[in-house]
Design a protein around this ligand. Structure first.
Ligand code: SF4
Length: 233
């Protein structure tokens, strides 16, 4: 088998599917993954809400859900992680960084997130995700074009050059209203912090409540130039 040719064919397939399914329902986009990869794909979730997890469980009951436990999450986020498999047919895989917070503190000094958030995210998010995705051929994220200007060009199916695999963004085209309607229609679990002033949920030391008029991700690494943790770029 010529791996290079296969990879080229797959990338062309992904390019075409990204165009053809751009306006398709999210379950059709996830169904495309089932058609091509069977169960060899997963959902990555920050546990802000359970919309993507619910959609994925409808097309592939038992689907793997990867959760990166950085050691810095809000209690509410860990509560979501624990509650979701009790109400939805999914398998949550908690992935830990190579170093505990105290081991990182001992090696790099305390509160690395204040001094070098890029290095902290690299160790507590990026490396664990790379490791977690290794067994799969595709992964699904909840990125939406409405999240921020930097995400406005998100495609529903794309080639992830960073991980050399397929990435699905099934709700890329959804508005905030679409998300709220789906949550209400299906009575889904939502991180309580979203109704307590937070617009996007990340690690506690790097996430603050939104100020009036701010876009949903403005509370992440506020006051720094950092806007993404490195998982999607
Ligand atoms: Fe560290 Fe903050 Fe990144 Fe979490 S979001 S891994 S605490 S820098």
């Amino acid at each position: 088998m010529n791996v290079e040719v296969d990879l080229t064919s797959l990338r062309l397939l992904v390019e075409r599917a990204g165009d053809q399914l751009d306006s398709a329902p999210a379950t059709d986009i996830l169904g495309w993954a089932v058609e091509h990869f069977g169960a060899a794909w997963c959902v990555a979730s920050s546990m802000a809400d359970s919309v993507l997890i619910h959609l994925a469980s409808r097309v592939l009951p038992g689907v793997d859900v990867v959760f990166l436990d950085t050691g810095y999450h809000f209690t509410e986020t860990i509560g979501m992680r624990d509650a979701i498999p009790a109400v939805l047919p999914v398998s949550v895989r908690t992935v830990l960084p190579l170093r505990s917070v105290s081991e990182q503190d001992a090696e790099f000094g305390p509160r690395l997130h204040e001094r070098d958030p890029g290095a902290c995210c690299a160790m507590r998010k990026v490396e664990p995700l790379n490791r977690a995705l290794a067994p799969y051929r595709a992964w699904a994220s909840g990125l939406r074009r409405a999240d921020s200007a930097g995400r406005a060009g998100t495609r529903v199916i794309e080639w992830d050059t960073k991980h050399d695999m397929v990435k699905l963004n099934p709700i890329a085209a959804w508005s905030d209203e679409d998300v709220h309607s789906y949550i209400t229609e299906h009575g889904l679990l939502v991180n309580p912090l979203l109704s307590d002033g937070y617009g996007s949920i990340g690690c506690a030391p790097c996430t603050r409540r939104l100020l009036p008029g701010e876009d949903s991700r403005a509370g992440r690494w506020a006051g720094t130039a950092k806007t993404e943790c490195g998982l999607h770029s």
